[in-house]
Design a protein around this ligand. Structure first.
Ligand code: XLS
Ligand code: MG
Length: 344
Protein backbone atom coordinates (compact mmCIF):
# COMPACT_ATOMS: atom_id res chain seq x y z
CA UNK A 1 0.00 0.00 0.00
CA UNK A 2 3.01 2.28 -0.41
CA UNK A 3 2.22 5.93 -1.18
CA UNK A 4 -1.54 5.16 -1.35
CA UNK A 5 -1.04 2.94 -4.37
CA UNK A 6 -1.56 -0.79 -4.42
CA UNK A 7 0.02 -3.09 -6.97
CA UNK A 8 -0.95 -6.13 -9.04
CA UNK A 9 0.47 -8.38 -11.74
CA UNK A 10 -0.50 -11.53 -13.62
CA UNK A 11 0.97 -15.02 -13.21
CA UNK A 12 2.23 -14.75 -16.81
CA UNK A 13 4.71 -12.12 -15.57
CA UNK A 14 6.70 -14.90 -13.91
CA UNK A 15 7.46 -16.89 -17.02
CA UNK A 16 9.83 -19.24 -18.76
CA UNK A 17 11.57 -16.77 -21.04
CA UNK A 18 10.60 -18.49 -24.30
CA UNK A 19 10.42 -16.40 -27.46
CA UNK A 20 9.32 -17.30 -31.01
CA UNK A 21 12.92 -18.24 -31.92
CA UNK A 22 13.91 -20.56 -29.14
CA UNK A 23 12.95 -22.81 -26.28
CA UNK A 24 12.17 -21.77 -22.71
CA UNK A 25 15.23 -20.84 -20.66
CA UNK A 26 13.64 -21.18 -17.22
CA UNK A 27 11.59 -23.96 -15.68
CA UNK A 28 7.86 -23.32 -15.28
CA UNK A 29 6.86 -22.10 -11.83
CA UNK A 30 3.84 -23.75 -10.32
CA UNK A 31 0.85 -21.43 -9.77
CA UNK A 32 0.80 -21.91 -5.98
CA UNK A 33 4.50 -20.96 -5.79
CA UNK A 34 3.87 -17.82 -7.83
CA UNK A 35 1.14 -16.76 -5.41
CA UNK A 36 3.61 -16.95 -2.53
CA UNK A 37 5.79 -14.34 -4.21
CA UNK A 38 3.11 -11.63 -4.42
CA UNK A 39 3.15 -10.40 -0.83
CA UNK A 40 6.93 -10.76 -0.55
CA UNK A 41 7.34 -8.39 -3.48
CA UNK A 42 4.77 -5.89 -2.19
CA UNK A 43 1.83 -6.85 -4.44
CA UNK A 44 -1.74 -7.35 -3.24
CA UNK A 45 -3.79 -8.49 -6.25
CA UNK A 46 -3.60 -11.06 -9.02
CA UNK A 47 -4.62 -10.41 -12.60
CA UNK A 48 -5.95 -13.55 -14.25
CA UNK A 49 -6.48 -14.95 -17.67
CA UNK A 50 -9.41 -17.34 -17.41
CA UNK A 51 -7.05 -20.29 -17.89
CA UNK A 52 -4.52 -19.01 -15.36
CA UNK A 53 -7.30 -19.67 -12.87
CA UNK A 54 -8.77 -22.76 -14.53
CA UNK A 55 -6.26 -24.44 -16.87
CA UNK A 56 -7.75 -26.36 -19.79
CA UNK A 57 -11.20 -24.88 -19.22
CA UNK A 58 -12.34 -25.69 -22.77
CA UNK A 59 -12.46 -29.36 -21.84
CA UNK A 60 -14.24 -28.92 -18.52
CA UNK A 61 -17.92 -28.87 -17.59
CA UNK A 62 -19.29 -25.75 -15.90
CA UNK A 63 -19.42 -27.66 -12.61
CA UNK A 64 -15.72 -28.54 -12.93
CA UNK A 65 -14.85 -24.94 -13.84
CA UNK A 66 -16.74 -23.71 -10.80
CA UNK A 67 -15.05 -26.20 -8.51
CA UNK A 68 -11.54 -25.22 -9.70
CA UNK A 69 -12.30 -21.51 -9.51
CA UNK A 70 -13.49 -21.97 -5.91
CA UNK A 71 -10.21 -23.67 -5.10
CA UNK A 72 -8.28 -20.71 -6.56
CA UNK A 73 -10.45 -18.34 -4.55
CA UNK A 74 -9.52 -20.24 -1.36
CA UNK A 75 -5.83 -20.12 -2.32
CA UNK A 76 -6.07 -16.36 -2.83
CA UNK A 77 -7.68 -15.91 0.55
CA UNK A 78 -5.06 -17.98 2.29
CA UNK A 79 -2.32 -15.78 0.77
CA UNK A 80 -4.14 -12.56 1.67
CA UNK A 81 -4.62 -11.69 -2.01
CA UNK A 82 -7.56 -10.67 -4.17
CA UNK A 83 -8.28 -10.99 -7.88
CA UNK A 84 -8.15 -7.72 -9.82
CA UNK A 85 -9.60 -8.95 -13.11
CA UNK A 86 -10.20 -11.93 -15.33
CA UNK A 87 -9.40 -11.76 -19.06
CA UNK A 88 -10.62 -14.38 -21.54
CA UNK A 89 -7.60 -15.74 -23.41
CA UNK A 90 -9.02 -15.62 -26.91
CA UNK A 91 -5.85 -15.80 -28.96
CA UNK A 92 -4.39 -19.26 -28.42
CA UNK A 93 -7.10 -21.62 -29.58
CA UNK A 94 -7.04 -23.06 -33.09
CA UNK A 95 -10.59 -21.70 -33.55
CA UNK A 96 -9.39 -18.11 -33.17
CA UNK A 97 -6.52 -18.06 -35.68
CA UNK A 98 -8.44 -15.56 -37.82
CA UNK A 99 -10.02 -13.59 -35.01
CA UNK A 100 -12.30 -14.21 -32.06
CA UNK A 101 -15.34 -11.90 -31.98
CA UNK A 102 -14.47 -10.70 -35.48
CA UNK A 103 -13.60 -14.05 -37.07
CA UNK A 104 -15.15 -14.54 -40.49
CA UNK A 105 -16.29 -17.99 -39.43
CA UNK A 106 -19.49 -18.03 -37.41
CA UNK A 107 -18.55 -21.05 -35.27
CA UNK A 108 -15.32 -19.34 -34.21
CA UNK A 109 -17.25 -16.25 -33.17
CA UNK A 110 -19.61 -18.39 -31.15
CA UNK A 111 -16.67 -20.14 -29.47
CA UNK A 112 -15.17 -16.74 -28.55
CA UNK A 113 -18.40 -15.58 -26.96
CA UNK A 114 -18.96 -18.83 -25.06
CA UNK A 115 -15.39 -18.77 -23.79
CA UNK A 116 -15.77 -15.14 -22.67
CA UNK A 117 -18.89 -16.04 -20.71
CA UNK A 118 -16.90 -18.73 -18.92
CA UNK A 119 -14.34 -16.04 -18.01
CA UNK A 120 -17.19 -13.98 -16.54
CA UNK A 121 -18.35 -17.02 -14.51
CA UNK A 122 -14.81 -17.41 -13.16
CA UNK A 123 -14.60 -13.70 -12.31
CA UNK A 124 -17.82 -14.01 -10.31
CA UNK A 125 -16.34 -16.82 -8.23
CA UNK A 126 -13.06 -14.96 -7.76
CA UNK A 127 -15.10 -12.01 -6.52
CA UNK A 128 -14.07 -9.47 -9.12
CA UNK A 129 -16.35 -7.60 -11.48
CA UNK A 130 -13.63 -6.45 -13.84
CA UNK A 131 -13.18 -8.20 -17.18
CA UNK A 132 -10.22 -7.18 -19.36
CA UNK A 133 -10.53 -7.61 -23.09
CA UNK A 134 -7.19 -7.58 -24.85
CA UNK A 135 -8.50 -7.89 -28.42
CA UNK A 136 -5.41 -9.69 -29.62
CA UNK A 137 -6.73 -11.18 -32.85
CA UNK A 138 -9.39 -8.61 -33.65
CA UNK A 139 -7.73 -7.21 -36.73
CA UNK A 140 -6.26 -8.36 -40.01
CA UNK A 141 -3.09 -9.64 -41.65
CA UNK A 142 -4.29 -8.15 -44.91
CA UNK A 143 -6.99 -5.48 -44.89
CA UNK A 144 -9.03 -7.12 -47.64
CA UNK A 145 -9.61 -10.20 -45.49
CA UNK A 146 -12.31 -8.65 -43.29
CA UNK A 147 -14.96 -6.01 -43.68
CA UNK A 148 -14.04 -3.44 -41.03
CA UNK A 149 -17.58 -2.10 -40.62
CA UNK A 150 -18.90 -5.61 -40.11
CA UNK A 151 -16.05 -6.29 -37.68
CA UNK A 152 -16.87 -3.19 -35.62
CA UNK A 153 -20.47 -4.28 -35.35
CA UNK A 154 -19.36 -7.77 -34.28
CA UNK A 155 -17.14 -6.29 -31.58
CA UNK A 156 -20.01 -4.18 -30.32
CA UNK A 157 -22.41 -7.15 -30.30
CA UNK A 158 -19.91 -9.26 -28.36
CA UNK A 159 -19.41 -6.55 -25.74
CA UNK A 160 -23.16 -6.04 -25.46
CA UNK A 161 -23.72 -9.77 -25.06
CA UNK A 162 -21.24 -9.89 -22.15
CA UNK A 163 -22.75 -6.82 -20.50
CA UNK A 164 -26.18 -8.46 -20.75
CA UNK A 165 -24.87 -11.83 -19.56
CA UNK A 166 -23.84 -10.33 -16.22
CA UNK A 167 -25.27 -6.97 -15.21
CA UNK A 168 -22.55 -6.45 -12.57
CA UNK A 169 -19.42 -6.74 -14.68
CA UNK A 170 -17.34 -3.85 -15.95
CA UNK A 171 -15.25 -4.29 -19.07
CA UNK A 172 -11.81 -2.73 -19.58
CA UNK A 173 -10.75 -2.86 -23.22
CA UNK A 174 -6.95 -3.04 -23.58
CA UNK A 175 -6.02 -1.34 -26.86
CA UNK A 176 -2.96 -2.37 -28.89
CA UNK A 177 -2.23 -1.30 -32.48
CA UNK A 178 -0.56 -4.48 -33.78
CA UNK A 179 0.94 -7.83 -32.81
CA UNK A 180 -0.07 -10.57 -33.20
CA UNK A 181 -2.16 -9.04 -36.03
CA UNK A 182 -0.68 -6.64 -38.57
CA UNK A 183 -3.45 -4.07 -37.98
CA UNK A 184 -5.83 -4.04 -35.03
CA UNK A 185 -9.37 -2.72 -35.09
CA UNK A 186 -9.00 -1.06 -31.66
CA UNK A 187 -5.49 0.46 -31.61
CA UNK A 188 -5.95 3.32 -29.13
CA UNK A 189 -7.90 4.50 -26.10
CA UNK A 190 -9.98 6.76 -28.34
CA UNK A 191 -11.12 3.80 -30.43
CA UNK A 192 -11.98 1.78 -27.33
CA UNK A 193 -13.97 4.59 -25.74
CA UNK A 194 -15.83 5.40 -28.92
CA UNK A 195 -16.96 1.78 -28.99
CA UNK A 196 -17.83 1.96 -25.28
CA UNK A 197 -20.00 5.01 -25.89
CA UNK A 198 -22.38 3.15 -28.20
CA UNK A 199 -22.73 -0.09 -26.24
CA UNK A 200 -25.79 -1.00 -24.14
CA UNK A 201 -24.17 0.10 -20.87
CA UNK A 202 -21.52 2.75 -21.58
CA UNK A 203 -20.87 3.44 -17.89
CA UNK A 204 -19.64 -0.13 -17.48
CA UNK A 205 -17.01 -0.03 -20.23
CA UNK A 206 -13.61 1.65 -19.92
CA UNK A 207 -9.98 0.86 -20.65
CA UNK A 208 -6.85 -0.84 -19.40
CA UNK A 209 -3.97 1.27 -20.73
CA UNK A 210 -0.66 -0.52 -21.30
CA UNK A 211 2.39 1.74 -21.69
CA UNK A 212 4.09 -0.44 -24.33
CA UNK A 213 0.94 -0.71 -26.43
CA UNK A 214 0.59 3.07 -26.48
CA UNK A 215 4.23 3.51 -27.46
CA UNK A 216 3.73 1.01 -30.31
CA UNK A 217 0.89 3.27 -31.51
CA UNK A 218 3.36 6.19 -31.58
CA UNK A 219 1.60 7.98 -28.72
CA UNK A 220 2.50 9.06 -25.20
CA UNK A 221 1.25 6.73 -22.42
CA UNK A 222 0.65 9.55 -19.92
CA UNK A 223 -1.58 11.32 -22.47
CA UNK A 224 -3.61 8.19 -23.17
CA UNK A 225 -4.01 7.66 -19.42
CA UNK A 226 -4.97 11.31 -18.92
CA UNK A 227 -7.53 11.12 -21.72
CA UNK A 228 -9.15 8.09 -20.09
CA UNK A 229 -8.96 9.69 -16.63
CA UNK A 230 -10.63 12.85 -17.88
CA UNK A 231 -13.64 10.73 -18.90
CA UNK A 232 -13.62 8.56 -15.75
CA UNK A 233 -12.67 5.57 -17.88
CA UNK A 234 -9.29 4.40 -16.59
CA UNK A 235 -10.30 1.08 -15.02
CA UNK A 236 -6.77 -0.40 -14.93
CA UNK A 237 -3.21 0.16 -16.16
CA UNK A 238 -0.45 -2.09 -17.40
CA UNK A 239 2.74 -0.22 -16.73
CA UNK A 240 5.90 -1.35 -18.50
CA UNK A 241 8.36 0.06 -21.04
CA UNK A 242 9.23 -0.37 -24.68
CA UNK A 243 12.33 0.46 -26.70
CA UNK A 244 11.00 1.82 -30.01
CA UNK A 245 8.72 0.29 -32.60
CA UNK A 246 9.29 -3.43 -32.54
CA UNK A 247 7.66 -6.47 -30.92
CA UNK A 248 5.94 -5.86 -27.60
CA UNK A 249 8.84 -5.97 -25.12
CA UNK A 250 7.13 -5.56 -21.74
CA UNK A 251 10.30 -4.14 -20.21
CA UNK A 252 10.65 -3.09 -16.59
CA UNK A 253 8.70 0.12 -15.96
CA UNK A 254 10.90 3.18 -16.55
CA UNK A 255 13.87 1.14 -17.81
CA UNK A 256 13.90 2.73 -21.27
CA UNK A 257 12.60 6.24 -20.73
CA UNK A 258 12.49 7.41 -17.15
CA UNK A 259 10.91 10.74 -17.99
CA UNK A 260 8.10 9.08 -19.92
CA UNK A 261 7.54 6.82 -16.90
CA UNK A 262 7.65 9.82 -14.56
CA UNK A 263 4.87 11.52 -16.50
CA UNK A 264 2.68 8.41 -16.20
CA UNK A 265 3.18 8.29 -12.44
CA UNK A 266 2.53 12.01 -12.20
CA UNK A 267 -0.75 11.95 -14.06
CA UNK A 268 -1.99 8.90 -12.13
CA UNK A 269 -1.12 10.54 -8.82
CA UNK A 270 -2.44 14.01 -9.63
CA UNK A 271 -5.76 12.81 -10.92
CA UNK A 272 -6.64 10.34 -8.19
CA UNK A 273 -6.03 7.03 -9.91
CA UNK A 274 -6.48 4.35 -7.24
CA UNK A 275 -8.92 6.36 -5.14
CA UNK A 276 -11.81 4.19 -6.31
CA UNK A 277 -9.89 0.99 -5.64
CA UNK A 278 -8.00 0.77 -8.95
CA UNK A 279 -4.77 -1.23 -8.92
CA UNK A 280 -1.43 -0.29 -10.44
CA UNK A 281 -0.84 -3.29 -12.70
CA UNK A 282 2.66 -4.09 -13.92
CA UNK A 283 2.73 -6.09 -17.14
CA UNK A 284 6.46 -6.73 -17.28
CA UNK A 285 8.62 -9.65 -18.40
CA UNK A 286 12.00 -10.76 -17.06
CA UNK A 287 14.84 -10.69 -19.58
CA UNK A 288 15.56 -13.96 -21.35
CA UNK A 289 19.07 -13.97 -19.85
CA UNK A 290 17.82 -13.84 -16.26
CA UNK A 291 18.44 -16.95 -14.13
CA UNK A 292 15.29 -18.60 -12.81
CA UNK A 293 16.04 -18.00 -9.15
CA UNK A 294 16.22 -14.25 -9.89
CA UNK A 295 13.40 -13.92 -12.38
CA UNK A 296 11.11 -11.81 -10.19
CA UNK A 297 13.41 -8.78 -9.96
CA UNK A 298 11.65 -7.10 -12.91
CA UNK A 299 8.50 -6.97 -10.74
CA UNK A 300 10.25 -5.77 -7.60
CA UNK A 301 12.15 -3.15 -9.61
CA UNK A 302 9.14 -1.89 -11.57
CA UNK A 303 7.27 -1.26 -8.33
CA UNK A 304 10.31 0.40 -6.74
CA UNK A 305 10.82 2.64 -9.77
CA UNK A 306 7.15 3.64 -9.65
CA UNK A 307 7.50 4.60 -5.98
CA UNK A 308 10.73 6.54 -6.54
CA UNK A 309 9.10 8.49 -9.37
CA UNK A 310 6.10 9.10 -7.15
CA UNK A 311 8.37 10.62 -4.52
CA UNK A 312 9.99 12.87 -7.11
CA UNK A 313 6.62 13.92 -8.47
CA UNK A 314 5.30 14.79 -5.01
CA UNK A 315 8.44 16.75 -4.17
CA UNK A 316 8.19 18.96 -7.26
CA UNK A 317 8.03 22.66 -6.48
CA UNK A 318 4.60 23.24 -8.05
CA UNK A 319 4.90 26.97 -7.45
CA UNK A 320 8.07 27.07 -9.53
CA UNK A 321 6.51 24.83 -12.19
CA UNK A 322 3.54 27.19 -12.51
CA UNK A 323 5.78 30.24 -12.56
CA UNK A 324 7.88 28.79 -15.39
CA UNK A 325 4.71 27.86 -17.28
CA UNK A 326 3.46 31.44 -16.75
CA UNK A 327 6.72 32.86 -18.08
CA UNK A 328 6.65 30.34 -20.94
CA UNK A 329 10.19 29.43 -19.95
CA UNK A 330 9.91 25.81 -21.04
CA UNK A 331 13.70 25.42 -21.39
CA UNK A 332 14.03 26.11 -17.68
CA UNK A 333 11.06 23.88 -16.86
CA UNK A 334 12.60 21.03 -18.82
CA UNK A 335 15.92 21.51 -17.05
CA UNK A 336 14.15 21.58 -13.69
CA UNK A 337 12.44 18.25 -14.42
CA UNK A 338 15.73 16.68 -15.58
CA UNK A 339 17.43 17.95 -12.43
CA UNK A 340 14.76 16.28 -10.29
CA UNK A 341 15.06 13.04 -12.25
CA UNK A 342 18.84 13.01 -11.94
CA UNK A 343 18.75 13.95 -8.27
CA UNK A 344 20.83 17.05 -8.86
C1 XLS B 1 -1.04 -8.14 -23.16
C2 XLS B 1 -1.16 -8.86 -21.92
C3 XLS B 1 -2.42 -9.59 -21.93
C4 XLS B 1 -3.51 -8.72 -21.35
C5 XLS B 1 -4.57 -9.40 -20.61
O1 XLS B 1 -0.55 -7.05 -23.09
O2 XLS B 1 -0.02 -9.49 -21.52
O3 XLS B 1 -2.29 -10.83 -21.48
O4 XLS B 1 -2.98 -7.69 -20.61
O5 XLS B 1 -5.24 -10.24 -21.43
MG1 MG C 1 -1.24 -6.01 -20.98
Amino acid sequence: MAGDFKFSFGPWNIHQGADPFGPPVRRPVEFGKKLKVYRELGFGAVQFHDDDAVPGLNDLTSAQIECQAREVSRLLQSEGLVAEFVAPRLWEDIRTVDGAYTANDEKSRQYALDRSKKAVDIARILDTQLIVLWLAREGTYIRESKDTLVAMDRLLQAINALLEYDKQIRIAIEPKPNEPMDQSFIPTVGHALALASVCVSPERVGVNVESAHVILAGLDPSDEMAFALSLGKLFSVHLNDQNGLKFDEDKTFGSVDLRRAFNQVRVLDRYGYGKKGEWVGLDVKAMRTQGEEKATKHLRNSRAIFLKLLEISRRLDEHLVNQLIGERDYEELEYYIIQQLTGS
